[in-house]
Ligand binder design. Structure first.
Ligand SMILES: [Zn+2]
Length: 180
């Protein structure tokens, strides 16, 4: 299968905050094709790929563990004080944020279609946003207690997820023979 076709079949799961609407399209591609396209990835990127693109929800605890490990180090370096249960909440909400459907205004580009300035509805993230109240209810803290440090940690998690996703797409293209 052509890599672009494979990637389009590996439909990312969008998790809706308000309903349980989640979708995955792995059943329309050959499992061996998917396994081949994902082989050679780092363990964490591979776990993320199976969770996000192949509907393997049982990979989520491994993803959370890997993110916890990386972000604990990040928190230590920055001398942040964040409780372990709050950190788990931030990881959960960051995954939720990362897997939101694309922004309707910019279709995921992050910039206004005509003016090319930063898209206002999504603030350039390319995804439909989660409000601060929703965010805090997922984390399990009062919205008044949400700080800049929490936000920094969340951004670091989103950065890690983006990096994994870049690796996944590179790997799929490589394995499917588009680039050597
Ligand atoms: Zn947008």
């Amino acid at each position: 299968m052509h890599p672009i076709r494979l990637i389009s079949k590996l439909a990312p799961k969008a998790i809706n905050y308000h309903s349980a609407g989640r979708g995955s399209a792995i059943d329309v591609i050959d499992w061996r094709t998917a396994a081949h396209a994902l082989s050679g990835l780092s363990q964490e990127a591979s776990d993320w790929a199976w969770y996000r693109f192949a509907g393997q929800d049982d990979k989520l605890p491994r993803v959370v563990r890997a993110l916890t490990m990386y972000v604990t180090l990040f928190i230590k370096i920055r001398h942040f004080k964040i409780k372990p249960e709050t950190l788990t909440g931030i990881i959960n909400v960051s995954i939720l944020e990362f897997t939101q459907p694309l922004c309707r205004t910019c279709s995921g580009e992050g910039s206004e279609p005509i003016t090319k300035t930063v898209c206002k509805p999504c603030c350039g993230t390319g995804r439909q946003g989660i409000s601060r109240r929703q965010r805090c209810s997922v984390i399990g803290i009062d919205h008044k207690n949400y700080t800049k440090n929490h936000d920094e940690v969340s951004k670091e998690i989103l950065r890690l997820l983006s990096a994994w996703e870049r690796d996944i797409f590179m790997n799929v293209r490589k394995k499917m023979g588009e680039i050597s």
